[in-house]
Design a protein around this ligand. Structure first.
Ligand SMILES: Cc1ncc(COP(=O)(O)O)c(C=O)c1O
Length: 363
């Protein structure tokens, strides 16, 4: 039997998400996937360890709707963010990637239009492709701002990443609100990196009911491996998302770990200030080179531009030879850029030392 012939037809043209390389062996500095460079703080690790001491925790199914975690997000984590009205509530997903997958499940019939920006997080196009949507890719302006043409777009979903991966800049709330008013479908804002900035569009949830804002515990709380993400939206949307998600989408330990993160959030935010300070230091240190410009960033990474493609590649290869991984996008308009995740101070020092030795050769 030719099994391939049984696959869903449109998968023939489907390009799967490509995960970044994860090299074996010691000594690598991984500044390529925007992980938080610090492990969860000790209090959170202790709470995870003590949850594992309960004999029941692995045997029992988790709460399918993560009620305690939802309460902690609404009543504690977002309490100060001037966010929610009675109309709004929260959905919990297996990482924010699953949150977006469930949004597609709720809203997209095959052939319906999804608006995504270029460049932006590559998963958007992957999921649009998987759900057989019609993709309308709108190119951001040269300074990575949103073109005016966005206000004329029609479609079912419009995906915004703020701060935007890969350039790192947030979009302002006036623009996002105007998009919500003009777009006839649902506007989705991915705020995976928003805790590294002063911006959030959460307050806009009060103004419009066609907005979904989703966030992640992976970056802010160093919990990438446990997979918890959440969306804030109108209760009507969240109800439908809960109806279509898989029954036990997030596990008990992850739910408890996320609650612990919320309990200890102020200490985590203190730790994350180090990342923000290091972002400033790294940006300043890299700005001194001729032939490179450093873009402003609101995220836990920075995007730098080289004057030409061949120098970019030489840096990339030499960095890799010296066991430092950064991210390069071999895509139109992006050949001259590399994205660097902010590491620990020690990692950044090493990066700067190696970068300087390469710069002496090529810049
Ligand atoms: C813009 C953006 N959104 C979402 C994610 C994934 O987050 P999560 O780990 O919560 O699935 C990433 C991961 O790198 C990202 O860059």
């Amino acid at each position: 039997m030719e099994i391939e012939k049984l696959f869903r037809e449109h998968l023939q043209n489907y390009n799967a998400y490509e995960t970044e390389e994860n090299p074996e062996g010691e000594g690598w500095i991984k500044l390529n996937v925007n992980e938080n460079p610090y492990p969860p703080i000790q209090e959170i690790l202790d709470d995870i360890a003590s949850s594992l001491k309960s004999k029941e925790i692995l045997r029992k199914y988790p709460d399918p709707f993560a009620l305690e975690l939802r309460k902690a997000i609404l009543n504690q984590l977002l309490r100060d963010k001037d966010t929610l009205t009675n109309r709004n509530t929260v959905f919990i997903g297996n990482g924010s990637d699953e949150v977006l997958d469930v949004i597609f499940k709720v809203f997209i019939n095959p052939g319906e239009e999804v608006i995504i920006f270029y460049p932006s997080f590559s998963l958007y196009k992957v999921l649009a492709n998987l759900y057989d949507a019609k993709i309308n890719e709108i190119k951001l302006k040269d300074d990575f701002s949103i073109p005016e043409s966005i206000y004329d777009q029609k479609g079912k979903l419009l995906l915004i990443n703020s701060p935007n991966d890969p350039n790192g800049k947030s979009f302002d709330n006036d623009t996002i609100l105007k998009i919500c008013y003009n777009f006839p479908g649902i506007v989705v804002v991915d705020e995976a990196y928003a805790d590294f900035s002063d911006n959030t569009c959460l307050p806009l949830l009060k103004d419009v009911n066609n907005l979904i804002v989703y966030r992640s515990f992976s970056k802010t709380f160093s919990l990438a491996s446990l997979r918890i993400g959440y969306a804030l939206a109108d209760a009507i949307i969240v109800k439908e998302m809960n109806r279509v998600k898989l029954p036990y989408n997030t596990n008990n330990i992850a739910q408890l770990a996320a609650i612990s993160c919320i309990k200890h959030r102020n200490k985590v935010y203190e730790q994350n200030k180090k990342i923000i300070n290091e972002r400033k230091r790294l940006s300043e240190k890299l700005s001194i080179y001729n032939g490179i410009s450093v873009l402003p960033s609101d995220a836990n990474f920075i995007f730098i531009k080289f004057d030409d493609k061949s120098t970019t590649l030489k840096f990339l290869w030499d960095l890799k030879d010296l066991k430092i991984l950064v991210r390069h996008f071999s895509k139109p308009g992006l050949y001259n850029y590399i994205r660097i995740t902010i590491g620990t101070k020690e990692e950044n020092d090493k990066f700067l030392e190696v970068f300087n030795s390469i710069a002496e050769k090529y810049l």
